[in-house]
Design a protein around this ligand. Structure first.
Ligand code: GDP
Ligand code: MG
Length: 162
């Protein structure tokens, strides 16, 4: 079976946008509003001659009081089924409680993690990415999933641990 690369993170950080960028087409469902009910979705991915299964995560529900718990639950399942994880954080927002919750799950799981500092659309956002060193998950890769900036470096790093 192909190695599995899971894209995890709280709602609205740009996971599905990143998946679409990696696939080079629009397949993953992106939403302006967080909380679309959807299960994990797998796609065939390819980078630098490597084939892998790319997993977009979601699966939480709208208007659920325990949305954080659901994000964590989904992330936990995806992490357990993966060989490596891209953890997506919205660099323009910074580290939230939910991000920290996912970070703890990742630490516990012990799977290789590549940290995506998303929504760094221009050079002025690079400083926002540096703040994410505080997660203790290693180097944050500044990425704009929307425009493609930095996605190549992120994938190169992911292929090294997958
Ligand atoms: P998900 O819930 O984590 O899957 O997030 P989505 O991929 O659905 O994206 C949520 C919102 O963030 C959408 O409005 C995207 O267009 C926006 N978004 C995603 N990536 C970027 C980015 O790199 N830069 C900016 N400015 N917006 C982004
Ligand atoms: Mg999504």
């Amino acid at each position: 079976a192909l190695p599995v690369l899971a894209i995890v993170g709280r709602p609205n950080v740009g996971k599905s946008t990143l998946v679409n960028r990696i696939l080079g087409r629009r397949e993953a469902v992106t939403e302006d509003k967080p909380g679309v009910t959807r299960d994990r979705v797998s796609y065939p991915g390819e980078w630098a001659g490597r084939n892998f299964t790319l997993v977009d995560t979601g699966g939480w529900e709208v208007d659920v009081a325990g949305i954080d718990a659901r994000v964590a639950e989904q992330a936990e399942v995806a992490i357990s089924l993966s060989d490596a994880v891209v953890f997506v954080v919205d660099a323009t927002v910074g580290i939230t409680d939910t991000d920290e919750r996912v970070m703890r799950l990742l630490r516990r799981a012990g799977k290789p993690v590549v940290l995506c500092a998303n929504k760094v659309d221009g050079a002025s956002g690079e400083a926002d990415a540096l703040v994410l060193w505080n997660l203790g998950l290693g180097e944050p890769y500044p990425v704009s999933s929307l425009h493609g900036r930095g996605v190549g470096d992120l994938l190169d790093a992911a292929m090294k641990v997958l």
